[in-house]
Ligand binder design. Structure first.
Ligand SMILES: [Zn+2]
Length: 436
């Protein structure tokens, strides 16, 4: 696919997937067919990206086990060690006041759980990379702390560089560019044919950020068109329901992600695969302590993987779109990129001419346009589009106003004004999902 063309920008939109067969009931109780995901083969090279220790098993444990049995090559990347989960640390250490060092100890414990779980699934230690970035910090690194010279500081460990001797890059600064570079090195070395990563509309900030880094790595490596990108979902409202162990129940996509944006496939688990996945989940003792029913809710008769395709968005001049009415009506407006030459100039390093995403500034607000009309602002360089009808990508940005998100103009009769809409901030995100 030709991605680079003046007046066009890429976004991710749904792609058709293969052969169908039904497996699940749909949201609302009706029966909907889901295509079945083909089993891995020895020719596959599968990279699984997980924001935290346990996501790889919850989202793709059965697939990993099946891939190992088929002789596929496997690599698993864990972005963070889940070292920011305050409630989990309290329970783990039986302390109300958990020290920074204890959070690091918890991160190391969670690494050991991951290695045990992956060993159950047949994945050897050498196939696992712990990047060692901060739990609950990778979205901030994407949005704000992009530059390794000005890293993010974890409020839990109080570290701004990875304290883990196991980190893929020792003493790596907590910066978006650093995580992206680690991922690029791994992808360039491993040469995956398939990458499994979180869905862009996963609500946990570390999860949607994991998607952002993965997509950006593929983009910067020029691999968007040659590597299959598949998504698993972990956090979306009260999904998955029912909670707890319901091993004979199929896992269905979250209702609000069941539209045409994401083309879901079901990967069926036979009884052996399901049993091994169950054992692997049980390795996560630290997480079972605090959210047992949530974890066991992923032990079903299938896993879910979504796909999207890269679409294009038109670029229009900033201020060219006038929208009357209420914000709630903006969902009917097709997504575009708002181009603002003035802001592009301010955002040094931003694109000129062909507006290639790689030329955009680092960082980027994928969340800015969420739930609105999906208008992004090229001037401040967020390229993430998550509104209708596209679902997300992220791209690079920098500049003081990057957190303002889409600078939507609305009004009538030629008058216009910034909406001042802001994407969800740190406080919002953390209040809902403390950490991994
Ligand atoms: Zn997670």
């Amino acid at each position: 696919m030709q991605l680079i063309r003046a007046g066009a920008m890429v976004a991710v939109i749904g792609a058709a997937l293969a052969s169908g067969l039904l497996l699940s009931r749909a949201h609302g109780g009706g029966a909907l067919p889901l295509p079945v995901m083909p089993a891995p083969t020895a020719r596959d090279r599968i990279l699984v990206v997980a924001p935290h220790c346990d996501d790889e098993t919850l989202g793709a444990g059965g697939l990993l086990f099946s891939a190992v049995r088929a002789g596929a090559k496997i690599r698993v990347v864990i972005d963070t060690n889940g070292d920011g989960f305050h409630y989990g640390a309290e329970r783990l250490f039986h302390e109300k006041h958990v020290s920074p060092l204890d959070y690091v100890r918890m991160g190391l414990d969670r690494q050991r759980e991951t290695l045990a779980a992956l060993s159950d699934l047949g994945v050897p230690r050498r196939a696992v990379s712990f990047l060692g970035y901060p739990d609950a910090g990778t979205a901030d690194m994407w949005l704000t702390y992009w530059d390794p010279r000005h890293p993010y500081t974890s409020p839990r460990t109080l570290e701004d560089h990875s304290p883990y001797p196991t980190a893929f890059t020792r003493y790596t600064p907590y910066a978006g560019r650093s995580l992206l570079d680690d991922l690029k090195k791994i992808i360039a070395d491993f040469k995956p044919t398939v990458i499994i990563c979180p869905h862009p509309d996963d609500e946990h900030p570390d999860h949607w950020a994991a998607y952002c880094y993965t997509a950006a790595a593929l983009y910067e490596l020029g691999l968007l068109d040659s590597v299959q990108l598949r998504f698993y979902i972990i956090h979306r409202g009260n999904w998955p329901m029912p909670r707890g162990l319901h091993r004979r129940e199929p896992l269905q996509p979250p209702a609000d992600l069941s539209g045409p944006n994401t083309r879901w496939q079901a990967f069926p688990l036979d009884s052996r695969m399901e049993g091994v996945k169950y054992q692997a989940i049980l390795r996560y003792g630290s997480q079972l302590l605090v959210m047992r029913d949530f974890l066991l809710g992923f032990d079903r008769t299938n896993e879910l993987f979504g796909a999207m395709h890269w679409g294009r968005l038109p670029v229009v001049a900033s201020g060219a779109i006038k929208i009357d009415g209420q914000a709630g009506e903006w969902g009917q407006v097709a997504p575009v990129i708002l181009d603002s030459p003035e802001k592009r100039r301010r955002c040094g390093g931003c694109p000129r001419g062909d507006r290639r995403p790689a030329d955009l500034c680092p960082g980027g607000s994928r969340r800015a346009p969420v739930g609105r009309c999906g208008v992004s602002d090229l001037g401040s360089c967020p390229v993430g589009i998550t509104g209708w009808p596209a679902s997300g990508i992220c791209l690079p940005s920098r500049g003081k106003d990057r957190r303002r998100g889409a600078l939507l103009k609305h009004g009538s009769g030629g008058r216009s004004a910034d909406t001042g809409y802001r994407g969800p901030g740190r406080r919002d995100a953390r209040s809902r999902y403390g950490a991994g």
